[in-house]
Design a protein around this ligand. Structure first.
Ligand SMILES: [Fe+2]
Ligand SMILES: [Fe+2]
Length: 184
């Protein structure tokens, strides 16, 4: 029998879908990133991760070693995603965000994923969590960072979570010293 998603999985998966649509919209222009939908994506993803880090992950009771390992991996991926939202967005950064988000969201939404453990809690507790989710505020955002260090920090956070930048073009900020991107 297919397990139906519980209320927490439903609410959070809806937010995943909303964020996916904003990312699609941001990439609509093909050549460049559309600023407005990407900004809304950034705002929304940071709120979403904030909910998971401050409300949902701490609500896990007596996690098994497997669940502890899953929670630790989700935290590392949140770190990578958050760091990727600091520098000015590029195609490369958008591609990295999508590459992490796709498996990340599955680890949370799937029938035996992270949210399913919360949906197994007593009804009262679930209702309390749903209320906290609905009341979570949007966080004030800083402007994008122009510093090359911000991009490097994102690379390191990705590596900690087990991801590489991939085959997408290397950002100008990561060119080896002395190499000239104009000559490529
Ligand atoms: Fe997450
Ligand atoms: Fe999520």
């Amino acid at each position: 029998m297919i397990k139906k998603p519980g209320p927490i999985a439903l609410v959070m998966a809806q937010d995943h879908a909303r964020l996916d649509r904003l990312m699609e919209e941001a990439l609509d222009a093909r050549e460049s990133i559309r600023a407005e939908p990407f900004w809304d994506f950034r705002q929304g993803l940071l709120r979403h991760i904030g909910i998971e880090e401050t409300i949902l992950l701490p609500a896990l009771k007596n996690p098994s070693p497997e669940l502890k390992a899953l929670a630790a991996q989700l935290r590392l991926e949140h770190g990578a995603l958050t760091n990727l939202l600091v520098p000015e967005p590029t195609q490369e950064i958008a591609a990295a965000l999508r590459r992490i988000l796709e498996p990340h969201n599955l680890k949370e939404e799937s029938a035996d994923g992270f949210y399913s453990f919360l949906d197994a809690r007593p009804k009262e507790e679930i209702e309390n969590l749903l209320l906290k989710i609905s009341q979570a505020p949007e966080l004030p955002l800083r402007p994008y960072s122009q510093r090359p260090e911000a991009f490097k920090a994102a690379l390191r956070a990705m590596q900690r979570a087990g991801y590489e930048m991939g085959t997408v073009p290397i950002s100008p900020n990561t060119q080896a010293p002395g190499s000239n991107p104009e000559e490529a």
